[in-house]
Design a binder for this molecule. Structure first.
Ligand code: IVH
Length: 675
């Protein structure tokens, strides 16, 4: 028989331990040292072992209980567990807000809560008289699985809601939250799993899901899972007028609530929070895939209701950039327009930010070697906005030993000619100028928007015409004839006419565009303009030596050499000759200088960098030239002004180092106006 004293001691120990665990796991603010905690813990375990009467289901010692199950029971949720609609930018947010406003009386004053969108697994937790009695996964939103035994093992999940002051816990309470795993724990645990030849997980979310769906709770107990609570589904007795009040109530009841939840009274502030969250979330100890925005007032939520399985009163703001882990199945090699061999990863398909990614760039040989990325590795892949997905790194701790290091092929994978790696460069090149793949890429670049801008001509046409033998170099584009295209699949008369006239129109493009289109390494739009400003014709440029080129403001030795090398190739000279013969504009007509008296920028050299608020860089360049100034691409002591916009990078830094004058768009307009 347990004595009264023992009973009281056990109750006391449990209360103290619960409090310490709450401080440790929920508030992240431990009150006692591990040694003190362990002493109390062992005392409690010893008492419970001594006498079955002293045992209790809700003791903190029985987080791991119950025998392994052979399946999970189904649980009907009290209401449908809704999901969220997504927003991918400020415009989506504005549209969402307008929809909300339309459904509410015009004088409604709204407030919003923003919460981290935790990348974990939804759970529904049932409490009766303060005791955790049932926990379920979301399942299909209506019926989930009973994972109570597994959930009990999560230390930050309250097994019992304390009676605070005179307040008793609500008789019934159902809470929704997210089970997740801190990033560090994920990495560490996965590494240990791999070392023991056990299953590893692609991301913390899969890990949480896999761990909660273990039939044996002792396995779940060994996994460092955590919980964030964010919604009160139902309760008896709690009066909650808003989401903000619900979060407060959850905290008070002992649930872990993300400290990053915030309340806002203006939609502009909400949208600003969405933007700044992109960075803030990176610094958190746990993964978030966005921000959840909720209309705060419970009354308004009820009024707004739901469509399908998503509430109208909440939305998930997601970021286009995210990282995932997947397997690198193979490393392939593409040939670029300059002949550069570009290794890329063939991946086990994986969803990143709503898009399925199958390939990702690996840049070059050094990139792969420096990061020791091997075929068969688990790799971290990032997709950021419009940028091509890239492999960031391998996870060597997850290796099985069967991974194979990559070797750059010794010959071009397309034409089979020997490949060459130039000294001091990370890139390997196919130096066969007749390589068909190189030609496709070159044609694609030649006709692209920033170059000759030929409408209706893209990579597909480039591939088609090269494969059909209609094009052997870029100049052949101008000798394409309607009758040759008639046999081409999908080409009807109208399409043929359009393409031929678009090609014809390209002959009159500015010289700088034609020069850009040649694809000389380092010669993009701005450099081409600098060169044309100086040499006026492609012919004059072809005749220039390194010295003459280097004398041009903004042209350094590497660029100068690259231009000379390009024109030194007989093949390239022949292409230029063919272009000229086809009637492509390769020389500037006499340029009329800006009229006398309207050259406030005469003798001044500008470098433009970053994003300007109102003009494109090209427009700014045109303004400068019209006012008699010059635009170059690189910053030097000879630069008079650096015109810097937002996100200006290295060029601005260099300008500051050289102590040059830096102006913004407004400053430029003042200069031109002569202020
Ligand atoms: S609220 C009606 N809040 O995101 C309420 N969900 O994409 C709907 N999630 O299934 C959910 N953090 O698993 C809400 N702070 C948060 C959340 C959150 C993560 C998850 C949840 C949901 C999914 C929707």
């Amino acid at each position: 028989m347990a004595t009264k004293k023992d009973k009281a001691r056990v109750e006391r120990l449990r209360a103290v331990i619960r409090n310490y665990q709450h401080r440790y796991y929920v508030l992240d603010d431990p009150e006692v040292s591990d040694v003190e905690f362990d002493a109390l813990w062992h005392e409690l375990v010893a008492l419970e072992e001594k006498d079955s009467e002293l045992r209790s289901e809700d003791s903190p010692t029985v987080r791991v209980g119950g025998a392994p199950q052979d399946r999970f029971e189904k649980v009907q949720h009290p209401t449908q567990m809704l999901s969220l609609a997504n927003a991918f930018g400020p415009d989506d947010m504005t549209a969402w807000n307008e929809r909300v406003l339309r459904l509410l009386p015009s004088d409604t004053k709204l407030a919003w809560i923003t919460e981290p969108k935790i990348d974990g697994l939804t759970v529904v937790l049932h409490y009766e008289n303060g005791r955790f009695v049932l926990g379920a996964t979301r399942g299909d939103g209506r019926v989930g699985e009973d994972v109570t035994a597994n959930l009990r093992t999560i230390r930050s999940l309250p097994l019992r809601i304390p009676t605070t002051g005179r307040k008793k816990p609500p008789a019934t309470l159902i809470v929704r939250g997210e089970v997740y795993l801190p990033r560090d724990d994920f990495t560490r645990f996965n590494a240990e799993q791999a070392a023991q030849g056990e299953k590893t997980y692609a991301n913390p979310r899969n890990f949480a899901a896999g761990s909660l769906r273990q039939l044996d709770p002792t396995i779940t107990a060994k996994r460092p899972l955590r919980l964030w609570a964010y919604q009160i589904i139902s309760s008896s007795g709690l009066k909650l007028g808003s989401q903000w009040a619900a979060l407060d109530a959850l905290r008070e009841l002992g649930f872990p609530v993300t400290p990053q939840s915030r309340r806002w009274e203006s939609i502009d502030d909400v949208i600003a929070e969405c933007a700044s969250w992109a960075e803030e979330r990176e610094a958190l100890a746990y993964e978030t895939d966005g921000l959840v925005i909720k209309v705060d007032a419970a009354g308004l939520q009820a009024r707004l209701g739901a469509v399908g399985n998503a509430p109208r009163w909440a939305i998930a703001y997601k970021y286009p950039s995210s990282e995932v882990v997947t397997r690198l199945d193979r490393i392939g090699v593409n040939v670029g327009r300059t002949g550069v061999l570009m290794p890329y990863a063939e991946l086990e398909p994986v969803e990143v930010g709503g898009v399925t990614v199958r390939n990702a760039t690996l840049h070059n040989e050094d990139y792969i070697r420096d990061r020791d990325i091997r075929v068969g590795d688990r790799v971290v892949v990032k997709r950021a906005g419009e940028v091509i997905p890239q492999v960031l790194r391998a996870l060597p701790e997850l290796r099985t030993g069967e991974e194979v290091p990559f070797e750059m092929p010794a010959s071009c994978p397309v034409c089979g000619e020997p490949a060459r790696r130039l000294e001091g460069e990370a890139a390997t090149y196919c130096v066969n100028s007749a390589c068909p793949e190189q030609l496709v890429r070159l044609v694609e670049y030649f006709v692209s928007r920033g170059a000759m801008d030929i409408e209706g001509f893209g990579i597909k046409q480039a591939e088609l015409f090269v494969a059909d033998g209609l094009i052997a170099d870029v100049a052949d584009i101008f000798s394409l004839r309607a009758d040759q295209l008639e046999d081409t699949d999908g080409y009807k008369q109208k399409r043929i006419d359009n393409l031929i006239s678009a090609i014809e129109a390209a002959k009159d493009r500015a010289v700088a565009r034609s020069l850009t289109a040649l694809g000389i390494r380092g010669v993009g739009g701005v450099v081409a303009e600098t060169l044309v400003d100086h040499f006026a014709s492609v012919e004059a440029l072809a005749a220039a030596d390194v010295e003459a080129l280097e004398a041009v403001d903004g042209i350094g030795p590497i660029l100068a050499q690259s231009v000379v090398d390009w024109f030194a190739s007989p093949h390239n000279r022949k292409v230029v000759e063919k272009l000229r013969a086809a009637g492509v504009c390769l020389a500037e007509e006499e340029r009329s200088a800006a009229p006398e008296g309207e050259t406030p920028l005469a003798g001044l050299t500008f470098v433009i960098t970053g994003t300007l608020p109102n003009m494109s860089r090209e427009q700014a360049g045109a303004h400068i030239k019209a006012a008699g100034g010059k635009v170059t691409s690189s910053v030097s002591k000879k630069t008079s002004y650096v015109l810097a916009g937002e996100a200006a990078g290295g060029k601005l830094e260099k300008a500051q180092k050289l102590d040059l004058a830096v102006i913004d768009e407004a400053g430029l307009l003042r200069l031109i106006a002569g202020d």
